[in-house]
Design a protein around this ligand. Structure first.
Ligand SMILES: Cc1ncc(COP(=O)(O)O)c(C=O)c1O
Length: 413
């Protein structure tokens, strides 16, 4: 079966919205570390990590061994029975999360984690509305799509009406980060003045990934938290993309020194194993006091994967490595940006880096050519004009050097 055959199957049996990257997509059959292999045996260095999931590298041997052992021992029980791994992972998260965030609910995806966090906020505050930011992405369910601030991902024609969008902290084209953050906070304040008594929580990513790699000024979250507190509005920080070392800290919010009321995580916690979790501070968590269960959430295989991932990150010092290698990559990309008229801006933290290009078509062209040369990179941005560099955190200088050579060739620097 070839890539063409799978595309045919997608055309016949998937919904028409089923998309994939590339005009000529490879049919991927295996992965190891930084590398993905297609059905013709061609190897690709992966600089997108399956949308920032494979932080510890594809099919990481240390993690896979533990996952495989668990699959052979006990794969499923449902959360209504006791297993050791779910207790251990909840404790480990409690130890690692900021402040007194130490109670967790396990589910299977980022969408589900955010849905649960929004529910908890409503139960705790007994208020209905939400505040979100333009450019944010939080999921595909009704509520999470309603708080998503990117038009192309808001496909439900009947989204929730009690959602108020603050200005995004967009610094496209290298706009002043402090100035855009100040404007975003001003719009938060305006919304709170008018609707604060109806708003349960504000949901926000420390760095907007899908929105185009935008992160706010250093004082943003302290000021945001203060504003929210004065209206009894909870702060939900969505770490689904930024979590587990991606930005050069274990969690993106650590760049800001603020303890959110609720945090949501998924993606890299499983390194490919489906997982999602929302965690909350003690006094907020106590409001989730009516029965709620997830059939597959907390399953022993995903819990073992989560534990193995956290051990691997610690044992291999991946957070510091992410910061070092990210700085190395950012320097190179900035250098390319300074000499290429097509590049409007290069920005990022750790290994979450975006290169903004003038035109979305150019991004697609670059992606296709890079893939042909053996490099997988991503794209995002509200206008889909940002190249996304989010490799597994195990990336080394030699991988970056090779990718940069290819990128220079494609961008003709
Ligand atoms: C910041 C953020 N939140 C939520 C989600 C949704 O997660 P999932 O696709 O696991 O449902 C994503 C997915 O890309 C994301 O980047």
């Amino acid at each position: 079966m070839s890539a063409k055959d799978v595309i045919e199957l997608k055309k016949q049996y998937f919904f028409p919205n089923a998309m994939h990257f590339y005009k000529n997509p490879p049919l991927l059959v295996s992965g190891e570390g930084m590398t993905l292999i297609d059905d013709t045996g061609k190897a690709y260095l992966d600089f997108f990590a399956g949308v920032t999931v494979a932080n510890c590298g594809h099919c990481n041997a240390e993690i896979s061994k533990q996952v495989q052992e668990q699959v052979g021992k006990l794969q499923h029980t449902s959360i209504i029975y006791l297993t050791k791994p779910m207790g251990l992972l909840a404790k480990k998260l409690g130890d690692l999360l900021p402040g007194d965030i130490n109670r967790s609910f396990f589910c299977c995806s980022g969408t589900e984690a955010n849905e649960g966090a929004l529910l908890l906020a409503r139960m705790h505050t007994q208020k209905k509305g939400f505040l979100a930011f333009k450019g944010g992405l939080h999921g595909r369910s009704h509520l999470t799509m309603s708080v998503t601030g990117i038009p192309m991902w808001r496909i439900d024609p009947y989204l929730e009406e009690d959602v108020y969008f603050a200005e995004g902290f967009f610094n496209d084209g290298g706009a002043d980060r402090q100035a855009v953050s100040d404007l975003a906070l001003k719009s938060v304040e305006d919304i709170l003045k008018e609707h604060g008594t109806d708003i349960a929580a504000c949901i926000v990513e420390p760095m907007q990934g899908n929105g185009g790699m935008h992160y706010p000024a250093p004082d943003f979250f302290t000021r945001l938290k203060r504003l929210l507190e004065s209206y009894g509005v909870l702060l939900i920080v969505d770490e689904i993309q930024t979590g587990f070392g991606r930005t050069g800290k274990l969690f993106g919010i650590e760049h800001y020194g603020v303890v959110p009321d609720i945090m949501t995580m998924a993606k890299a916690l499983g390194n490919g194993q489906p997982i999602g979790v929302f965690s909350a501070r003690e006094h907020v968590a106590s409001s989730l006091n009516k029965p709620s269960a997830s059939t597959l959430g907390g399953n022993p295989v995903s819990m073992v994967a989560g534990l193995a991932v956290l051990d691997y990150i610690k044992d291999h010092d991946l957070v510091a490595h992410s910061a070092d290698m990210g700085a190395y990559l950012l320097d190179y990309l900035s250098e390319i940006g300074s000499t290429n008229d097509n590049v409007q801006d290069v920005r990022g933290l750790g290994h979450m880096i975006g290169m903004e290009l003038g035109r979305p078509e150019l991004v697609d062209e670059v992606l296709e050519k890079m893939k042909d040369l053996g490099f997988i990179i991503g794209k995002n941005g509200i206008n889909r004009n940002v190249l996304a560099f989010q490799p597994p955190l195990i990336v080394e200088k030699e991988h970056i050097d090779k990718m940069i050579e290819a990128l220079k060739q494609v961008l003709k620097v």
